[in-house]
Ligand binder design. Structure first.
Ligand code: GRG
Length: 303
């Protein structure tokens, strides 16, 4: 199998596993209530996403020799955090988006109240899964608390929440006059890059690999995440919502790399960051081929 086929297989495994993880196992699992929250969670989680972050977790874990079943749940936990962030980001108080993954956004289908509860439930479930999967892995170098801390750091005010908060503050007429390139890099590397970083770190920790390897994949993931957000800025301008499955032109009131650097400048920066990401894992040699394939996917993505 080629590296690209391996990535596709990881995505398919995630796809298959996600629905089973919505509810915790146990005596409550058969309960029907709360139907609308569960339906909203299913809508947010099982709609057709690209599954890049969990694929990254699985690819990194396998690269360091770990294919144990709990890694799949760890990867799904990362996707749950991502799904949570999308539901929140789409709310009227934030992007007020109508379309996500080619479907109406969670709050448009289930109402804002249920969408908020579904987002919080996804986040809550993600932490439970990290603890469960982390315990089953029986790691030597890392404690379960290390996994939870890395995830928490990625989400907190120094992670997704921090990046999103500054992004929201930077909106208005002519946002490009308010925000420097440095601040924009902070916004993007936090609101998007941080979860790519955690996805890779969790994969490395699940494989019980050493700190040096952990740092290597962290360097890869940080650059990949930032490049990914730049490609997102580009697609908002150059692709249609039929292609991306979400509202395009969402960024008119936001500051983006395209606004600060132009389309060509943003493309050049994206290419440079992808080179950095690939260079970070070069010492791993042929083992890193799936990570190179993932960087290629980001380079060529149209959705
Ligand atoms: C509590 C988890 C949590 C978050 C709160 C709302 C928020 C803070 C952060 C939002 C961050 C956000 C939505 C960043 C944009 C990231 C991005 C590029 C999303 C699109 O990712 P894709 O293209 O989406 O991978 P699919 O649909 O393919 O999964």
């Amino acid at each position: 199998v080629t590296a690209a086929e391996r990535l596709t297989a990881f995505g398919a495994a995630v796809e298959l596993r996600l629905p089973a993880l919505i509810r915790a196992a146990g005596p409550q699992a058969e309960a029907v209530y709360p139907e609308r929250v569960h339906a909203a969670i299913a809508h947010a989680l099982t709609s057709p996403g690209k599954r890049l972050r969990p694929v990254l977790t699985l690819a990194v874990a396998e690269m360091f020799g770990c294919t144990a079943p709990p890694v799949l749940d760890l990867a799904c936990a990362v996707e749950m955090v991502h799904a949570c962030s999308l539901v929140l980001d789409d709310l009227p108080a934030m992007d007020d988006a109508a379309l996500r993954r080619g479907r109406p956004t969670a709050h448009r289908v289930f109402g804002e109240d249920m969408a908020i509860l579904a987002a919080v439930a996804l986040l809550n479930r993600a932490y439970a899964l990290v603890v469960e999967a982390g315990s089953r892995l029986r790691l030597r170098r890392y404690a379960v608390a290390d996994l939870a801390h890395h995830l928490s750091a990625a989400i907190g005010t120094d992670g997704l929440i921090g990046g999103q908060a500054l992004d929201l503050e930077a909106r208005g007429p002519e946002p490009e006059r308010l925000v420097s390139l440095e601040r924009l890099e902070y916004i993007h590397s936090h609101k998007t890059g941080a979860l790519f970083l955690a996805a890779a770190e969790l994969g490395a920790m699940a494989a019980d690999t050493n700190r040096r390897n952990l740092e290597m994949v962290a360097g890869y993931a940080k650059n990949l995440g930032l490049a990914f957000q730049i490609s997102d800025d580009l697609l908002d301008v150059v692709a249609s919502s039929e292609e991306t499955g979400k509202d395009s032109g969402q960024d008119v009131h936001k500051v983006t790399f395209v606004k600060l650097l132009g389309v060509d400048g943003a493309r050049a920066l994206e290419a440079e960051l992808l080179e950095f990401s690939v260079a970070a894992v070069a010492p791993l040699g042929a083992k890193a081929t799936p990570l190179l394939a993932l960087a290629e996917m980001v380079r060529h993505r149209r959705r």
